[in-house]
Every structure is written in C-alpha cells, then in structure tokens.
Design a protein around this ligand. Structure first.
Ligand SMILES: *[C@@H]1O[C@H](CO)[C@@H](O)[C@H](O)[C@H]1NC(C)=O
Ligand SMILES: *[C@@H]1O[C@H](CO)[C@@H](O)[C@H](O)[C@H]1NC(C)=O
Ligand SMILES: *[C@@H]1O[C@H](CO)[C@@H](O)[C@H](O)[C@H]1NC(C)=O
Ligand SMILES: *[C@@H]1O[C@H](CO)[C@@H](O)[C@H](O)[C@H]1NC(C)=O
Ligand SMILES: [Cu+2]
Length: 268
C-alpha cells in the first residue's frame, strides 16, 4: 500500500506546485442552513449537468478567477448565466453558512449582502439593477498592520482539509420574501490590483418581521464601489500602511435590522 501511496502523493504535490497561482483562487459553491446542505454551482462540473437542475439554488459562475474592476457587471453575481430555479428556505434570525472547499488568500475584507426580489421570481431579477444592502462584514481582526495582521479572510480558513465555513445571520427583524444573497471576498494582497470574488444564491426568507433598510443602505453592483476608494485601490505594503491597523471596509455601513454597527474595524 505505502508503495502505491507515495508516488500518488508526489504526483499530487507536483500538480499543486505547478498549478499554484491557479488554485490560489476559489469560490463559494455550497451552503448550509442548520443541518441541511444546499448544493450550488461548481465551475469544475459541466454546466449542462447543473444549469436548470431543480436542486440548483445558486447563480452560476464560470470560473474561480477574480473580477478586477469595480465597473464590471459581473461584480454583482459573478458570471451570471442562467439563474437557478430553486430557493434556500431560511427563517429570519437563522444562520446561513457559506461552505468553501478551500480559500487561500489572507488579506482583505469580506461582506454579505441581500437584495429583495419583491413580487418577482428571483430568476427574473436583473442583478445589476437590484438594490443590495449589507448585512455582515469583517476585516482586520488583529494587528500589527494591514499586511501582517490576521483578517477574517485568513481566520476562517482551515488547513486540516475540512471545508472553510462562513456563517452569517439573516436579520431576525427582516420582512420575509424572496431575496438574493451575495457573498463577496475582496482580496488586496497584490498592490493596487484588488480582486473581487462574488457569488449569489436565492433565498426564501420566512418570518414575521417587517423591517427593511432605508434608502441610504441600498447599493447597486456596479455602483457601490469607487475605483479610487483608498480601501480598494490600496498598497498594503506601502510605508504609510506599515504601522496602521486602520481599514474602512468599502460599501458603506452594515444594516443589522435596527442600528448601524461598525464591526471588526480596529483603529477606525
Ligand atoms: C459542493 O458540494 C458538492 C457535494 O454536494 C461537492 O461535490 C463539491 O465539490 C462542492 N463544491 C466545491 C467547489 O467545493
Ligand atoms: C451564526 O452566525 C454568527 C455571525 O457570523 C456567528 O457569530 C455565530 O457563531 C453563528 N452561529 C452558529 C450556531 O453557527
Ligand atoms: C417560500 O416559502 C413559503 C413557505 O414555505 C412558500 O409558501 C412559498 O411558496 C415559497 N416561495 C418561493 C418563491 O419558493
Ligand atoms: C513604524 O514604527 C516603527 C516602530 O515604532 C518605526 O521604527 C518606523 O519608523 C515606523 N514606520 C513608519 C513608516 O512610520
Ligand atoms: Cu486568487
């Protein structure tokens, strides 16, 4: 047995070294609510086996590559293609957990957004015209500075082979209905070349809440971000950033259902 395994491990190592920059990217393919697993899209599986399937809850995304421009229409929900036909059922106040099989970038903020589909089926909604509000964000958790500190983006990774889990609570007060959920990782490890990794799924939110965020929380993608935002067009290795833990997560404040909160913003 051992004789067989060693060459396989060496082969796997060779492949992973060779494809290093490629495997560095990643994306969100699966979700859980409570004990229930919802399978999303995987760019590694032929589209024909996924698009239009009754189990599909996620908007397709063609590749694990990042989006570089804040003006890219794929900034909303990646490479959208044909929208899914199903919804993840969830109660307001419950957690939805995004499951990443791997994530390797360490630096930059993460955020989660919702958009109401109103009376429409979410599959008919234009994701670029949709109005999104942020329900969660996390940036730098611990110093000493932007380049060397520990970001949530690094903290949520596992190195033991188990999936990386990113749980987020749907605000309990939220008005129920059909919503899109948008998870975004912004990686800023390359100077002045931000990488956006967004993926979207469809939610059927139940509950008895009546709250909805006011206008100032509603953003579009593209539109929410300024290319010259110093948190987006940033060189974390510059001398000015060498001694700071100050980082303002782009996209405006989080709406938590009641008040504005500033989470995880050390030094702000
Ligand atoms: C998502 O989950 C499925 C199992 O349902 C798994 O086969 C697949 O590898 C997962 N996708 C990714 C990208 O991890
Ligand atoms: C639910 O999500 C919140 C926000 O991310 C997290 O703090 C909490 O640990 C999660 N709860 C469970 C049971 O996963
Ligand atoms: C959402 O869930 C409710 C309650 O189960 C159901 O009546 C409704 O048809 C669902 N809506 C969609 C769009 O799936
Ligand atoms: C950063 O702090 C260290 C230690 O206090 C100091 O030696 C260094 O000059 C500072 N660098 C900048 C760019 O302010
Ligand atoms: Cu990458």
């Amino acid at each position: 047995m051992a004789v067989m395994i060693v060459p396989l491990l060496l082969a796997a190592l060779a492949v992973s070294l060779w494809s290093g920059p490629v495997v560095a990217h990643g994306g969100l393919s699966n979700y859980t609510v409570g004990e229930t697993w919802y399978r999303g899209y995987s760019p590694d599986t032929p589209a024909s086996e996924q698009i239009g399937q009754s189990w599909m809850v996620q908007r397709p995304w063609a590749s694990i590559d990042p989006i570089f421009s804040v003006d890219d229409k794929y900034l909303a929900c990646n490479n959208p293609g044909t929208p899914p036909t199903s919804y993840i059922p969830i109660q307001a106040g419950e957690n939805i957990t995004a499951v990443y099989y791997y994530w390797l970038h360490p630096v930059g903020p993460m955020s989660v957004w919702l958009s109401s589909c109103g009376d429409a089926d979410c599959r008919d909604v234009d994701v670029n015209k949709a109005e999104w509000f942020k329900i969660w964000e996390a940036g730098l958790l611990d110093g000493p500075n932007l380049a060397e500190g520990v970001w949530y983006q690094k903290a949520f990774q596992n190195w033991d082979g188990t999936p990386d889990l990113w749980p987020v609570t749907i605000p309990a007060s939220l008005r129920p209905g059909a919503y899109m959920i948008r998870h975004e990782i912004l990686s800023i490890h390359i100077e002045n070349k931000p990488q956006f990794y967004p993926e979207c799924a469809h939610l059927n939110i139940t509950g008895t809440g009546t709250a909805f965020p006011p206008k100032q929380y509603l953003k579009t993608f593209p539109g929410a971000y300024d290319p010259n935002d110093p948190s987006i067009n940033i060189n974390i290795y510059s001398p000015e950033n060498a001694n700071t833990t100050k980082y303002i997560i782009p996209g405006g404040p989080v709406w938590d259902g009641f008040t504005v909160v500033d989470k995880y913003c050390l030094g702000c």
